[in-house]
Design a protein around this ligand. Structure first.
Ligand code: TYM
Length: 346
């Protein structure tokens, strides 16, 4: 059976990259799969507390991401929406996987190197261990498909390596438990659509990110129509008209990014966007992009604001999601303990 899992950190400034790279695909997959979508609060605290903002911010951001999931169209009755810290099995399986994953594997993780920066001695152990916890998030549900943006590809490869090593190391015991020849599936990343890597509106070579100091670099999901319009009008471009074919976008990162954003919002391939706007000036294209972005994003922003203020509702969605998630996660943990020889009364 196929199961989808993905997570989003409650670290503030949910942006267009998170939406087009990940959340849009979460919404699509719910038509065909059983889905589990997690607000990963245990991941959020891997950066310094001055960065994640402390308890009030964490509560606010957790509710905001939950509200974004629902506002974007995920149905919390049919699928599971919850926050990671309410299901203890994520951290429990992470310990087991800490003993499966190798130092050499984690030393290759590029996101750690970027986030730790020059002052690596001062990074938290949690930041280093982040990808192992992520593998546990996915595998504790034995998920088969993981919709994410391009930047998470390496973490998904590590997840597969951990699953494979566990399956190999304990293959005899897995078979003896009557669980077949592999316990964990090797989950596949789902990285699709024209906007798997949305770039900064100020610099087409940098990823759009929650932490960019310039608010003009990103469109936040909570931005109102005026802010969206201003940011798109000010977005960096080059002086040439738009190309008529996709290969004309290759040496033009800013143009490529805006066309990708248009395509993703419109639900069309980039080639079709270029057949409409190719040869024309950016100003005309941008005003069409403003209209499209406002049409698609404003209703989400409005609904997010309304929902994230309704703590009673949001917190109960998270509680009931956690209860349902815990049942699956507990089953996995029991099997893992039996496979590894951890004694319990049966
Ligand atoms: P986070 O919160 O940083 O990002 C959430 C999702 O948004 C995608 N994304 C982007 N996609 C396209 N363009 C961008 N500029 C852009 N920026 C972010 C991310 O790829 C991600 O899919 N490690 C994860 C959270 C996580 C997780 C998991 C994901 C924890 N456990 C298990 C999947 C499965 C992350 O960085 O999220």
């Amino acid at each position: 059976t196929q199961r989808v899992f993905s997570g989003v950190q409650p670290t503030g400034n949910l942006h267009l990259g998170n939406y087009l790279g990940a959340i849009v695909n979460f919404v699509k997959l719910q038509e065909t799969h059983n889905c589990i979508y997690c607000v990963v609060d245990l991941h959020a605290i891997t950066v310094p507390v001055t960065v994640w903002g402390g308890p009030d911010e964490l509560r606010r951001n957790t509710r905001e991401v939950t509200a974004a999931f629902i506002a974007a169209g995920i149905d919390p009755q049919k699928h599971i929406i919850f926050n990671q810290s309410q299901v203890a099995e994520h951290a429990e399986l992470a310990w087991v996987f800490n003993c499966v994953a190798r130092l050499g594997w984690l030393n290759r993780m590029t996101q750690f190197k970027e986030k730790a920066g020059k002052d690596r001695e001062n990074a938290s152990i949690g930041l280093y261990d982040y990808p192992v916890l992520m593998a546990s998030d996915i595998l504790v549900y034995r998920a088969t498909h993981v919709p994410v943006g391009e930047d998470q590809k390496q973490h998904l490869e590590l997840t597969r390596d951990i699953a494979q090593k566990f399956n190999n190391d304990f293959s005899a015991s897995i078979a003896a438990q009557g669980l077949g020849d592999a316990y964990f599936p090797l989950p596949e990343p789902v990285i699709t659509g024209p906007a798997t890597r949305v770039m900064s509106l100020r610099d087409g070579t940098k990823k759009m990110s929650k932490s960019d100091p310039s608010d003009y670099s990103r469109i936040n999901l909570t931005d109102d129509a005026d802010a969206i319009a201003q940011k798109i009008r000010k977005a960096k471009t080059d002086p040439e008209p738009l190309p008529t074919e996709e290969k004309g976008l290759e040496p033009r990162p800013e143009a490529d990014n805006l066309v990708g954003i248009f395509a993703a919002l419109a639900g069309k391939p980039k080639a079709q966007v270029l057949s409409e706007f190719g040869g024309g000036q950016f100003s005309a294209f941008k005003s069409n992009l403003v209209d499209l972005a406002v049409e698609k994003l404003s209703p989400i922003a409005g609904e997010m604001k309304r929902l994230s203020a309704d703590h009673g509702y949001v917190d109960s969605v998270l509680a009931s999601g956690s209860d349902r998630a815990r049942v699956i996660a507990a089953e996995t943990m029991t099997a893992v303990k039996d496979i590894m020889g951890m004694v319990r009364k049966k």
